[in-house]
Design a protein. Structure first.
Length: 398
C-alpha cells in the first residue's frame, strides 16, 4: 500500500488515473515548451560552433544540426497532431527525455576537459516538469545518470569524471526529491479541480433538472429551447416542433389513489419521455457539453402534471405526431397501482415557423392545441392548424 502511494505521488492508483486526461494535457504542454527551449539552446550551440567561439569546435556543427532537425520534426508532429500526441503522450515524453539526456551526455563527451553542466540542467528540467509515475521516473533518470557517468569516466580524466560523479549524485538525489514534491502538488491540484467540477455539476443538476422526473425544469428547458431555436436558423434541412403533454384525470388520481400514486404517475411519465426520446445518455453529461446543433429532442417538466418537449424533424410534422403517439401508447400500457387503464394524457403539437424565435408564442399555440385535445375526448395527439378549429375565450380545458 505504501509502495503504491509513493508510486502515485501519495495518492492511490484509482485517483491517479482519474486525473489521467489532465496529466496527459499538462505533459503535452510541457513537452512543447521544453522542446522550444531545447531548440533555442541547440541553435545557440550551432551558431557558436559555426563561429568557433567559446571552445565549441566547428567539427560539431553536423551534430548540432542533426539535433536541430530532430527537434523541428518533433515540434511539427506535436503541433500538427494534437489529439494523437496527447493520446500517446507517454511515448512522446520518453522520446523527449531521451533527446535531452543523450544530448547532454554527448555535449559532455565533446568537452572532456570540463565538468558537465548541461546534462545536470536537463535532468533538473525533466524532474520538475514531467509527470509519470515515481518508479518509472526514478529508474529512467537513474539509468540515464549511470550512462552519463560511464561515458564521463571513459572519455574524461579521472579528476573531472570524479567531479561529474559528485555533481550528478547530489543533483539526482535532489531531483528525485523535488520530482515527488512538485508532482504531488500537481496531482493535488488536479484532484481539487475534479472535486470542484463535481460540485459544479451537482449544482447544475439541482438547478437544471426536476428531482422527481429527471427532466429539465421549466426555466432551464426554455433557456435551452431558445438557444436551439436561434441555432436552427442556419439549418435549412430541419424544422422544430413544440409539444405539450398534460396527464388526464390527474386530480382524480390524487383524490382517489393518493398523492403518492400521483407522484408515481408523474415519475413514470418523465422516465417514459427520457427513454423514448433517447435522453438518458445526454442528461448524464454536463449541459455545457451538449451539442445543441445536433440534438433531436429535449424534454422538461413545467410543473404539476404538465410536460413539454422540443422535437427536431426533417420532412413532415406527422413524424412528430408519430413520436408523441408512441409515447402516449407506452403510457397507456403502463400498469401501476390502481391505474387499470394506464396513464392517460392529452398532447398538443405546434410547428415553429421559419425564423420564429418567440418560444412563448409557440407555447401558446401548443397550449391551445392541448385544449382541443382535452375537449375532443382526451388521451389523444393533436397538431395545431390541422385539427384545431378557431375558438373563443369561453373555450376551457376540462
Amino acid at each position: 500500500m505504501i509502495g503504491k502511494s509513493i508510486n502515485y505521488y501519495g495518492y492511490d492508483k484509482e485517483t491517479y488515473y482519474e486525473c489521467g486526461s489532465m496529466i496527459r494535457t499538462m505533459n503535452r504542454n510541457h513537452i512543447i515548451v521544453i522542446n522550444i527551449w531545447f531548440l533555442i539552446v541547440d541553435f545557440i550551440y550551432l551558431v557558436l560552433a559555426a563561429l568557433n567561439l567559446f571552445g565549441v569546435n566547428q567539427e560539431r556543427v553536423p551534430f548540432y544540426a542533426v539535433y536541430l532537425v530532430i527537434s523541428l520534426v518533433f515540434a511539427l508532429v506535436i503541433g500538427l497532431l494534437p489529439k494523437f500526441s496527447e493520446r500517446y503522450c507517454s511515448f512522446f515524453l520518453y522520446i523527449n527525455m531521451f533527446v535531452l539526456m543523450s544530448y547532454g551526455i554527448l555535449v559532455s563527451i565533446a568537452h572532456p576537459y570540463l565538468a558537465a553542466t548541461l546534462y545536470l540542467i536537463f535532468l533538473t528540467v525533466v524532474a520538475l516538469t514531467y509527470i509519470g509515475t515515481m518508479i518509472k521516473m526514478f529508474f529512467l533518470t537513474l539509468l540515464a545518470s549511470i550512462i552519463f557517468l560511464i561515458t564521463s569516466f571513459k572519455f574524461k580524466t579521472f579528476s573531472i569524471a570524479y567531479t561529474d560523479a559528485y555533481n550528478i549524485t547530489i543533483v539526482w538525489i535532489l531531483c528525485i526529491g523535488m520530482h515527488y514534491i512538485f508532482q504531488r502538488m500537481r496531482i493535488q491540484q488536479f484532484v481539487l479541480h475534479q472535486r470542484n467540477m463535481q460540485i459544479q455539476n451537482e449544482l447544475e443538476v439541482k438547478s437544471s433538472f426536476d428531482t422527481l422526473t429527471g427532466l429539465l425544469n421549466r426555466g432551464r428547458f426554455f433557456s435551452i429551447a431558445e438557444e436551439i431555436i436561434k441555432q436552427s436558423d442556419q439549418d435549412y434541412d430541419s424544422k422544430l416542433a413544440l409539444c405539450l403533454i398534460d396527464l388526464d384525470g390527474f386530480k382524480e388520481i390524487n383524490d382517489s389513489l393518493g398523492h403518492q400514486m400521483g407522484d408515481k404517475a408523474i415519475q413514470v411519465t418523465g422516465h417514459t419521455l427520457i427513454k423514448n426520446l433517447n435522453l438518458s445518455e445526454i442528461f448524464q453529461k454536463p449541459i455545457s457539453e451538449w451539442d445543441l446543433k445536433n440534438m433531436n429532442y429535449i424534454a422538461g417538466r413545467l410543473g404539476g402534471d404538465e410536460f413539454i418537449t422540443l422535437v427536431r424533424y426533417k420532412d413532415d410534422v406527422s413524424f412528430v405526431q408519430d413520436v408523441m403517439q408512441k409515447i402516449l401508447n407506452k403510457l397507456n400500457k403502463t400498469e401501476i397501482g390502481g391505474l387499470k387503464d394506464g396513464i392517460r394524457a392529452s398532447i398538443g403539437i405546434t410547428m415553429l415557423e421559419t425564423g420564429e424565435r418567440d418560444v412563448d408564442a409557440a407555447y401558446k399555440r401548443a397550449d391551445d392545441t392541448l385544449y382541443i385535445s382535452k375537449n375532443a375526448g382526451k388521451n389523444q395527439v393533436r397538431i395545431f392548424g390541422e385539427h384545431v378549429p378557431k375558438f373563443g375565450k369561453n373555450f376551457k380545458r376540462s
